[in-house]
Design a protein around this ligand. Structure first.
Ligand code: HCA
Ligand code: CU
Length: 380
């Protein structure tokens, strides 16, 4: 996969999440944490949305972060004028192009949209900052309309064009085809934005990169409108698997967990149990067969190295699927000495108990210690 940049939209798309209310201090904390993690861009809510949004945008621009700061506006001269005054490094411009949005949202035709796009793009460019032009609901827009407007803005020197799966309807093959086609039409960068209504947001981002996209929008934990967009951690997991060294050099991966906890707290949700990388069971191995192989060589059943993310592996042994190799490993960790036959015996005891009730790690440890004591005191 080619080089790419992350446009981190927790402070824009993420603010559209049902639970999100970010006060200034929280926005600044999140922006700093994203910057420390190493995302290339941080996208902020439109300064035209409210006076506080505008002030917060200025405050974040003044932090002097390494990441470039973008704001996100409607394709509208009034919004553009407010945006360029905030001190941002670039402006992401968007307008709805699907028949749904043209009919039920803004009510403008393609000629009007094109004229407006040219005016706004030229204006932002004249201020010497980056500008991206995107259609909204791109996958339900007319392909000829889309390509023609992208070609137009490419010719006048837009930095990026954007594709947005606003409703989460696209699948990876459709994404690949559209980005590939667009790649042949424009010479500027291509940014993609995927909603996750049908669980394709990470796969779609990957397909877009394979087809030549250069920028992917994410949010921490995927928060956004409805059920959100491509999650930062999930994209990182996918890209690490494709090119580990590139991702390890680009991002401070061990900061992911704190970043997610910060955002989870801010919007009052729990990190999902099955979250990519940081979910509480992401590195827990359970079945006896898995546990044995993991103890011999973690790569047997692990595609992500927990230590690269500051996480730890856990081998679960207190259940009926356990195996004696895993139990033996725990026996050694506890500093007990048992023969393999004795470990096999105690494994049978664990399975008998686990058939009756769930066991905690403590239960298992006590059982192992009692078994060991019984043997060394000669009762067995
Ligand atoms: C929306 C807008 C947007 C914009 C995406 C983008 C979308 O909230 O509807 O500008 O890249 O999903 O279309 O988030
Ligand atoms: Cu969106």
């Amino acid at each position: 996969v080619n080089k790419f940049s992350i446009i981190e939209s927790t402070l824009r798309e993420g603010e559209q999440f049902a639970n999100a209310f970010f006060d200034t201090a929280t926005k600044i904390e999140i922006a700093k944490a994203l910057d420390a993690f190493g995302v290339e861009y941080i996208e902020l809510t439109s300064p035209a949305a409210s006076e506080q949004s505008r002030e917060d945008c200025v405050a974040i621009c003044n932090l002097g972060l390494k990441a470039k700061i973008l704001t996100h506006i409607r394709c509208h001269m009034g919004d553009a004028q407010i945006a360029v005054e905030t001190g941002v490094d670039g402006v992401d411009v968007v307008i709805g192009t699907s028949s749904y949005l043209r009919e039920f949202s803004h009510g403008k035709d393609m000629n009007y949209i094109t004229t407006q796009a040219i005016e706004v793009v030229n204006y932002v460019k004249s201020k010497g900052i980056e500008v991206r032009f995107s259609s909204e609901d791109s996958f339900r827009s007319d392909l000829v309309d889309l390509l023609s407007i992208y070609r137009t803005v490419d010719k006048i020197g837009v930095n990026r064009v954007g594709i947005a799966d606003t409703v989460g309807c696209a699948n990876p093959r459709q994404v690949y085809d559209l980005v590939r086609t667009l790649r042949g039409v424009v010479s500027c960068d291509i940014e993609c934005h995927f909603h996750n209504d049908t669980g394709c947001a990470i796969a779609n981002a990957y397909a877009a990169l394979e087809a030549g996209a250069t920028h992917i929008d994410t949010s921490v934990l995927g928060i956004g409108e409805r059920n959100g967009i491509t999650p930062l951690g999930g994209l990182v997991a996918r890209m690490y698997t494709a090119d580990k060294e590139y991702i390890k050099n680009k991002y401070k991966l061990h900061m992911l967990r704190d970043l997610e906890n910060l955002v989870a707290d801010a919007v009052q949700v729990q990190v999902p149990f099955n979250n990519y990388i940081t979910g509480y069971c992401s590195f827990t191995h359970k079945a006896g067969i898995h546990a044995k192989a993991i103890l011999n060589n973690p790569s047997t059943y692990e595609i992500l190295k927990p230590e690269d993310f500051g996480m730890t592996r856990y081998v679960s042994i207190g259940h009926r699927l356990t195996g004696w190799n895993a139990v033996k490993n725990r026996v050694e960790q506890l500093g007990l000495t048992l023969t393999d036959d004795q470990v096999k015996q105690v494994t049978i005891k664990i399975k008998e108990l686990a058939d009756i009730r769930p066991l905690t790690m403590e239960d298992v440890d006590n059982l192992l210690r009692d078994f060991h004591n019984a043997i060394t005191s000669g009762d067995q």
